[in-house]
Design a protein around this ligand. Structure first.
Ligand code: FES
Length: 296
């Protein structure tokens, strides 16, 4: 009568080889599916993304990798419980040799180990490539966009409908919103042209920036970027309606009240031979709210 606790007889080499081939095929197929899923995920993401497809391909990439590793372990790693008598802690040379032989041989005969290693490595690498692409979701590189506007020396100022602005168009106590010619959609270049009824106190180096007492400031509040649209001509103050930051027009648009901590950047302007208002360069500083404590 046979002992029910006895280990299963070791399959003959032919049968073990057949099982090993099966394991290799399954592992290779799984890693191939993973590679396909990862590369497809990268392509879908690169072409603009599609959430359902991205989910499917991510599932294939991770699932294929996981199944491949499970199949590998199932077919080619040693199984079963090893029991060792307590009185003999150290393995004999024969036992070590036997273990090494069994470990290297695995449960079944692994004939294409290098192929499976390469496929597994490729699957992990492909998944790594696919995971690089979501970096694009962080948005475009800001470049110099935070620090400059389309204003350049010689660019004329226009209204939001593209009409050129002459110096005479701005009356005393008057305000006009202006943009650089050809860039009326550049929100960061939105400009207030103001002609106060008292002389502007030009800051050092800006004495020539206010022809005919005409001064130009960025319209973007330096707090969080609301348009500073309210001009109180009687007291020469610009008021931001969002959080009531108030800027002194005669003193370089210095904030005198509210949360804004930085003056409105000033645009250097001049009047050309035909009477049109022309920029002499870009604003005196970045327009809009501060970022990363840039003034510190
Ligand atoms: S955005 Fe102007 S005060 Fe806050």
């Amino acid at each position: 009568m046979s002992d029910p606790t006895a280990p299963d007889p070791i399959p003959e080499d032919a049968a073990r080889t057949a099982l090993a081939k099966r394991g290799e095929r399954l592992t290779t197929l799984s890693f191939a599916v993973s590679i396909f899923g990862a590369l497809a995920l990268a392509v879908v993401y690169w072409r603009g993304g599609q959430p359902q497809l991205e989910g499917i391909f991510l599932c294939l990439a991770l699932g294929g990798l996981g199944v491949g590793m499970i199949v590998w372990a199932r077919y080619f790693m040693p199984h079963g419980t090893d029991v060792e008598a307590r009185h003999q802690i150290e393995s004999t040379e024969e036992e070590i040799d036997a273990f090494r032989e069994e470990f290297e041989r695995g449960e079944h005969i692994l004939t294409r180990r290098s192929l499976l290693v390469r496929m597994g490595t490729a699957a992990v690498a492909a998944l790594g490539v696919a995971l690089i692409f979501p970096i694009r979701s962080l948005g475009p590189r800001p470049g110099k966009g935070f620090k400059s506007t389309p204003y350049r020396k010689g660019i004329r100022l226009v209204t939001d409908d593209g009409t050129l602005i002459k110096a005479d168009d701005v009356s005393v106590d008057g305000v006009i919103t202006a943009f650089p010619e050809g860039h009326t959609d550049a929100a960061d270049a939105s400009t207030l042209l103001i002609r106060p009824n008292e002389p502007v106190q030009a800051r050092p180096g800006r004495e020539s920036w206010t022809p005919g007492n005409l001064v130009a400031y960025s319209k973007l509040c330096t707090h969080v970027g609301c348009p500073v649209g309210l001009y109180q001509a009687g007291v020469h103050l610009l008021l931001c309606p969002c959080h009531q930051s108030t800027f002194d027009v005669l003193d370089g648009a210095r904030p005198i009240f509210g949360p804004a901590a930085r003056s409105l950047p000033q645009l250097p302007i001049e009047v050309d031979g035909e009477g049109y208002i022309v920029a002499r360069g870009d604003f005196s500083g970045p327009t809009g709210p501060g970022f990363w404590d840039r003034d510190r």
